[in-house]
Design a protein around this ligand. Structure first.
Ligand code: ABN
Length: 174
């Protein structure tokens, strides 16, 4: 009889311990902690904003006024050559941004890749003409130097954005 009671005691103790482990305060806190760490780490993970197809979608044009002109492959803004300037010169009354970002575009004429500096022109209200948005090799905003959706007039005295020029600054071939 005593052995049976011991056995029943052990079984009951084991099941109470298991239940405490699964449903106890400490395991609940551990689970909440895990979710908090995962929640904090998730936004830090890199993500692909291209949708898998955007980069392959650009068909080039020979018209410098067209968004599809090869040099504009990573330009996000108003084309300065639609706003009284040229491909690489700011319109009168605006000044070129002191900081910029550099993209890489392939010239269909010679097949070579070129470094293109996208400078914003500053100090006049937004031009509003020829809005283009191509993002080849662009990366999300937390990598600021390789992101184009930024007002590069930020370092100028006149921080108002007017339009964007695209100046070739070198060959990417090396
Ligand atoms: N670099 C063009 C631009 C200017 C202002 C806001 C977004 C993008």
């Amino acid at each position: 009889m005593k052995r049976l009671q011991d056995w029943m005691d052990k079984c009951a103790e084991r099941s109470v311990r298991q239940s405490a482990q699964l449903n106890g305060r400490r395991s609940a806190l551990a689970r909440i902690g895990t979710w908090m760490v995962a929640g904090a780490a998730l936004p830090m993970l890199p993500f692909d904003r291209s949708g898998g197809t955007a980069e392959a979608a650009m068909t080039t044009s020979n018209d410098p006024m067209a968004c599809e002109y090869w040099r504009n492959c990573a330009l996000d803004g108003f084309l300065c050559n639609c706003c009284g300037g040229s491909l690489s010169q700011c319109p009168p009354g605006s000044e070129v941004s002191k900081v910029t970002w550099v993209g890489t575009c392939q010239n269909p004429k010679d097949g070579k890749a070129y470094l293109v500096s996208y400078n914003d022109c500053c100090g006049k209200v937004a031009c509003g003409r020829c809005l283009c948005n191509f993002n080849e090799r662009e990366r999300p905003g937390y990598r600021m130097g390789i992101h184009n959706d930024i007002n590069w007039c930020m370092a100028n005295t006149q921080t108002m954005y007017h339009c964007t020029v695209s100046a070739i600054v070198g060959s990417a071939a090396g």
